[in-house]
Design a protein. Structure first.
Length: 327
């Protein structure tokens, strides 16, 4: 595996590093690449999430916490200088296999430090049942991109308040719950953050590729898309019906529909799920223009492999969310 290094030790905004992942995936002819980065306090929400559903915007504005969207699925996370972000880019078509391999690889590295880490659930790494790392992935032609948090000594108060609705009771419970469910690496090792980063780099990478100033200029061009209001806030259509549900393996789903005269004019699928196929053309388009009736949706979905588009979701689960209150 090759470590990707920048020409200067400068802290960039979070979207720069997301753009750097894209640059590496599209321009470097390598089987596996890896790099680490840290940012100023920032909330990052998934490609299929609504910012107003996930982020306490008032708290973020008051405390100077930046907010950005990423192109991978999954849930909302908080990062700060005491959290290390990992980026992994692999030449692979099967993102599920790549994702699973990456999680197990990182857990193995932590265990070499004597930390009892294990990959767990859809996208987490746990230490004694408490989450230390959350991860997400997406696919570009011929390459898979995996990225995630590694909590080292992260501010738990900010972590909870930045992504919790501004309700004092919920925040109070959330902080206590987070301390029980989430852990920092600093609680499990005596080494410092820089020593830890060096250890990870030595364990995973055998050589380094240093990017040039010209490469950085291209990355900044890619970054521009991530900084637009259209990308960050999204284009949310009008809707007349919202259905919500949670599945054990696929995650939380929110289905928004604009229905006129009983016909679905627009449909959108939000949530912390992981996308592995063409959502718009593969799943949403076949449902657009149909009467809002279970039998019509069921017939349309007969030729759709739902699980190949939304990871670990099946047709019955989707139909149950869509029509559970109408049965």
């Amino acid at each position: 595996m090759k470590y990707i290094s920048l020409p200067h030790n400068i802290t960039h905004r979070l979207p720069f590093y997301l753009a750097m992942e894209e640059f590496v995936a599209r321009n470097l002819d390598e089987d596996e690449c890896f790099f680490m980065w840290q940012v100023a306090p920032t909330v990052i929400f998934g490609r299929n999430q609504l910012i107003e559903n996930e982020v306490n915007l008032d708290y973020c504005r008051t405390h100077g916490i930046q907010t950005y969207r990423r192109k991978s699925g999954g849930g909302c996370v908080y990062a700060d200088p005491d959290n290390i972000m990992f980026s992994y880019v692999a030449r692979a078509q099967n993102v599920n296999f790549t994702f699973d391999r990456y999680l197990r690889l990182v857990a193995f590295v932590l265990r070499k430090l004597g930390i009892p880490a294990e990959a767990s659930g859809r996208n987490d790494i746990l230490i004694n049942g408490r989450k230390v790392s959350g991860n997400a992935f997406y696919h570009l032609p011929g390459k898979s991109i995996v990225h995630g948090t590694m909590l080292f000594n992260t501010d738990m108060e900010h972590l909870v308040r930045a992504i919790t609705p501004s309700n004092k009771k919920l925040i109070s419970k959330g902080v206590e719950s987070a301390r029980q469910r989430v852990t920092n690496l600093s609680e499990h090792t005596d080494i410092g953050i820089e020593e830890f980063k060096q250890f990870v780099r030595e364990q995973l990478c055998e050589s380094t590729i240093q990017l040039s100033e010209d490469d950085v200029a291209i990355i900044k061009q890619i970054e521009a898309e991530y900084l637009t209001d259209e990308f960050i806030y999204g284009n949310n259509p009008r809707y007349t019906l919202v259905k919500r549900g949670k599945t054990p393996a696929a995650g939380e789903l929110e289905i928004r529909m604009e229905i006129k005269n009983g016909i679905v004019k627009k449909i959108n699928l939000l949530g912390d799920y992981f996308l592995t196929g063409d959502l718009d053309n593969g799943l949403l388009k076949p449902l657009t223009g149909l009467p809002y009736k279970e039998e019509d949706f069921r017939h349309a979905l007969e030729s759709v492999n739902v699980g190949s588009i939304v990871l670990n979701l099946d047709t019955e689960q989707l139909l149950n969310i869509l029509f559970k209150e109408d049965k």
